[in-house]
Write a protein that binds this ligand. Structure first.
Ligand code: BGP
Length: 469
């Protein structure tokens, strides 16, 4: 076998609460921004479908865990819905939520699957949004309190924790490009929310460390964050302006979160750029900067879907900077391989380039791929045979390509320790609703949400069993 992964390599998948659990508000869950937004503007969601019962992981988790076992998972990432666990936001627990998450954790452990828990995967409780969401220091403190509660409730069994999933996405969606509620287009507010999200990470990490030191959490528990990462490539690496454009893009989309979370300090070049454009806000305190400095993450998860390709501006920007694209244009590689259902370029080597960046510039922090995958709409349909079996060879090729480069990175000294695919099963997503199907499991929404394993699921089961391919 050529591609053998190191011992203890984590194999599995990821899901999030919002996208799979289903709301089930009769069991005490309060609204998140997505619930409210859907009530107001259902037309913003593909097919006019809200998350509703999603794929009902809330009731079907035991059977889903059986299927994970068939896929030979040794680990699995899911998220807690803050608005389910603490519906009023004030520390009073929803016992049904505690029961549900305990059930999931215990069932995973009974099946030899290590739980990885993420605290925030896009689903801001409405009550917190009303207090200002990530623009509010009060919400930051509530988040740290929620984190502490979750650590105490579940940390006796869960050893792998994450504060945020792709924290840049709510910034892009809520404050820059309008694809998440409250759909604001205001760079300065986005920068403020970025800062407070970073502070919330550090405060949750601080709480985690205190509890670990006091022996409430086991000594080998670790905490990380999950970032959405794309390598940034200039159109022409010999063109100074293109290279400069790519560098700026990287400052905004990579260094913004990675530097404070891993190195404990904001990137100096990014700060300089913000200052030059009068975007550097001055509401932070020295005490907060110290918290950020002293509470960096133990390990990193990153989600990789596509690379970013960038060129210098065709038309020079003028006036106020209102988003990062003030500084660069996106560029499409004419000969690129891409997923026509989703429009994203497929570039497996990107994963290697990112891992080398972490190795060389971020002290080779322990890292694992926390999402990677291919969202197919017509593709999965076209590959379905007359018995309803999905022969998704394209997904297998996609995974194989990325695993190949992951293995190359391992051989080149990367501290890579696992691979989670997005996703266990087809699920609902923010605004794309049920359009893009990412699962190793097909979910038959016409037939009681019945799950069945796709060809790619059978394939990955073998890879996981053999710890390579
Ligand atoms: C990631 C998110 C996931 C998931 C995925 C696919 O950014 O962390 O939650 O939804 O993207 O996105 P989409 O369903 O929009 O294709």
């Amino acid at each position: 076998m050529k591609h053998k992964f190191k011992e203890g390599f984590y194999w599995g998948t990821a899901i999030s609460a919002l996208q799979t659990e289903g709301t089930h508000s009769d069991d005490g869950k309060a609204d998140s921004t997505f619930d409210v937004w859907f009530k107001d503007e259902p037309e913003r969601f593909f097919g006019g479908e809200g998350n509703g019962i999603a794929v009902d992981f809330y009731h079907m988790y035991k059977d889903d865990i059986k299927l994970m076992k068939e896929l030979n998972h040794n680990s699995f990432r899911f998220s807690i819905a803050w608005s389910r666990l603490i519906p009023n936001g004030d520390g009073v627990l929803n016992e049904k939520a505690v029961e549900f998450y305990n059930g999931v954790i215990d069932e995973l452990l009974a099946n030899g699957i290590e739980p990885f828990i993420c605290l925030f995967h896009f689903d801001m409780p409405w009550i917190m949004q009303e207090k200002g969401g990530w623009e509010s220091l009060e919400v930051v403190n509530y988040f740290a309190e929620y984190a502490g509660i979750a650590f105490k409730l579940f940390g006796d069994r869960v050893k792998k924790w994450f504060t945020h999933n792709e924290p840049i996405v709510p910034i892009e969606g809520c404050y820059l490009y309008g694809f998440h509620y409250p759909k604001i287009n205001d760079f300065r507010r986005g920068i403020k929310a970025t800062y407070y999200t970073i502070l919330s990470n550090a405060k949750a990490v601080k709480k985690f460390r205190e509890l670990r030191e006091r022996g409430v959490l086991s000594k080998d528990s670790t905490i990380g964050a999950i970032l959405s990462m794309s390598p940034v490539y200039p159109r022409d690496e010999n063109d100074v302006e293109d290279v400069k454009a790519a560098k700026i893009c990287e400052l905004f989309f990579t260094n913004s979160f990675l530097d404070p979370m891993v190195k404990g300090a904001f990137n100096k070049e990014l700060l300089k750029l913000l200052k030059t454009h009068n975007l550097l806000l001055d509401f932070y305190t020295e005490e907060e900067l110290t918290i950020i400095k002293e509470n960096t993450i133990d390990f990193l998860g990153f989600n990789y879907y596509f690379p970013r390709r960038v060129k210098s501006k065709d038309i020079r920007s003028e006036g106020e900077v209102n988003n990062p694209e003030y500084f660069f244009d996106h560029y499409e590689l004419p000969e690129r391989l891409f997923n026509k259902d989703r429009g994203w370029e497929i570039y497996p080597k990107g994963v290697y380039d990112l891992l080398m960046l972490l190795k060389d510039e971020y002290s080779n922090i322990p890292v694992y791929i926390s999402e990677n995958g291919i969202g197919r709409h017509n593709g999965d349909q076209e590959d379905t045979d007359e018995n309803g079996y999905i022969n998704d060879d394209a997904r297998i090729e996609f995974v194989k390509g990325h695993l190949n480069w992951l293995w190359e990175a391992q051989e080149s000294g990367s501290n890579i320790c696992g691979y989670h695919m997005w996703s266990l099963m087809d699920n609902w997503s923010m605004s794309n609703a049920f359009k893009n199907k990412y699962g190793f499991l097909y979910v038959d929404r016409e037939n009681g949400l019945k799950r069945s394993i796709k060809k790619s699921g059978h394939w990955i089961a073998k890879v996981s069993e053999n710890n390579g391919f």
